[in-house]
Ligand binder design. Structure first.
Ligand code: NAD
Length: 245
C-alpha cells in the first residue's frame, strides 16, 4: 500500500489539473450513512419518499421521512479527515475542483471553494412555485412541512429527487473539468448512479489517470481505475497527505 500511496502522490504532484469525484463513502466517517450496502439507508427507508412524482402527491408524509433521513442524520455531521485533506489540497494548488454526488455540504464546511454539487444540497430549501431558495437553518424542522414565506407553498429540499434533472451549472462544470483532468480521484462511490458515474468515465476517456479510494471494489474498479487505494477515505487521505506536503 505504501508504494501505491507514494506513486499516487507523485502523479498528483505532476498533474496540471486534478479533480476529486466523491460519493456517499467519503462522509461515512462523519457519521452519515450511505444509501447502499450493509448499513445503507435503503435497508431502513423506502426510496419512494424521494421520488418526485410520489413526493408531489404526498408532501406531508414524505417530509416526516425526509426530516429523519436528511436533517436528523446530516444536521450534526462535521467534515472528517478526508474532507480536510481535499480542502488543503485545493488551498495548496494540488486540486482544481471537487465534483460531489453528496448533498451534505461537508466539502464547503471543510473549506473547499470549487465544489460542483451534482445532486444539489440538503442545506437549502426551494419553493417549487416561486423558486425562492431558503437556508434550511432558517426553519425549525420540528414543525414540518416548512413553507415558503412568500406564498405559503410547501418547500422541497434543494437536492434532486428521483425523476429530476441534474442542476445545469453543476452538470456542465463537472463535465468540463472531467475533460480537462489529468488525474481524477474517485472517493467512496459505487459508480451505480448515472449520469454522475459518467464524470470519471469522461476523465478516463480524455486520458486522465484514475485513482480510486474505497474499502470495497466498485463498478469503477475494473472498468476505469488505474490505482485502487483500498481503505477508508479518512485513513487513506491521511497517508496521502504525508506524501503530498
Ligand atoms: P453509495 O451509497 O451507493 O455507495 C457508497 C460507497 O462508499 C460504496 O462503494 C462503499 O464501499 C464506499 N464506502 C463506504 N465506507 C467508506 C469509507 N469509509 N471510505 C470510502 N468509501 C467508503 O454512494 P454513491 O455511489 O455516492 O451514490 C449514492 C447516492 O446517494 C448519491 O447520489 C448521493 O447523492 C446520495 N447520498 C448522499 C449522502 C451524503 O450526502 N453524504 C449520503 C447518502 C446518499
Amino acid at each position: 500500500m505504501n508504494l501505491l500511496i507514494k506513486e499516487s502522490a507523485e502523479i498528483i504532484k505532476e498533474s496540471k489539473f486534478t479533480i476529486a469525484f466523491t460519493g456517499a463513502g467519503i462522509s461515512v466517517e462523519s457519521g452519515v450513512p450511505p444509501f447502499r450496502g450493509e448499513h445503507g439507508l435503503w435497508n431502513k427507508y423506502n426510496p419512494e419518499v424521494l421520488d418526485l412524482g410520489y413526493y408531489l402527491n404526498n408532501e406531508e408524509e414524505c417530509w416526516i421521512h425526509i426530516r429523519e433521513i436528511f436533517y436528523d442524520f446530516f444536521a450534526y455531521a462535521k467534515p472528517n479527515k478526508a474532507h480536510e485533506v481535499l480542502a488543503r489540497m485545493e488551498l495548496e494548488g494540488l486540486l482544481n475542483s471537487v465534483i460531489t454526488q453528496n448533498i451534505d455540504n461537508l466539502h464547503f464546511d471543510a473549506g473547499n471553494k470549487t465544489v460542483h454539487e451534482f445532486h444539489g444540497n440538503s442545506k437549502k430549501l426551494k419553493c417549487l412555485k416561486c423558486a425562492k431558495i431558503y437556508d434550511a437553518s432558517e426553519y425549525d424542522l420540528k414543525n414540518i412541512p416548512p413553507r415558503c414565506k412568500s406564498d405559503n407553498q410547501i418547500l422541497k429540499p434543494d437536492f434532486i429527487f428521483f425523476g429530476e434533472g441534474i442542476p445545469h451549472d453543476a452538470y456542465s462544470n463537472s463535465f468540463a473539468d472531467a475533460e480537462k483532468a489529468d488525474v481524477c480521484i474517485i472517493i467512496g462511490s459505487t459508480g451505480e448512479v448515472v449520469p454522475a458515474s459518467y464524470v470519471p468515465r469522461t476523465a478516463k476517456q480524455n486520458g486522465a489517470t484514475i485513482i480510486e479510494i474505497n474499502p470495497e471494489e466498485s463498478l469503477f474498479t475494473e472498468q476505469v481505475t488505474d490505482i485502487h487505494l483500498q481503505g477508508k477515505a479518512g485513513e487513506i487521505l491521511a497517508l496521502l497527505e504525508k506524501e503530498l506536503f
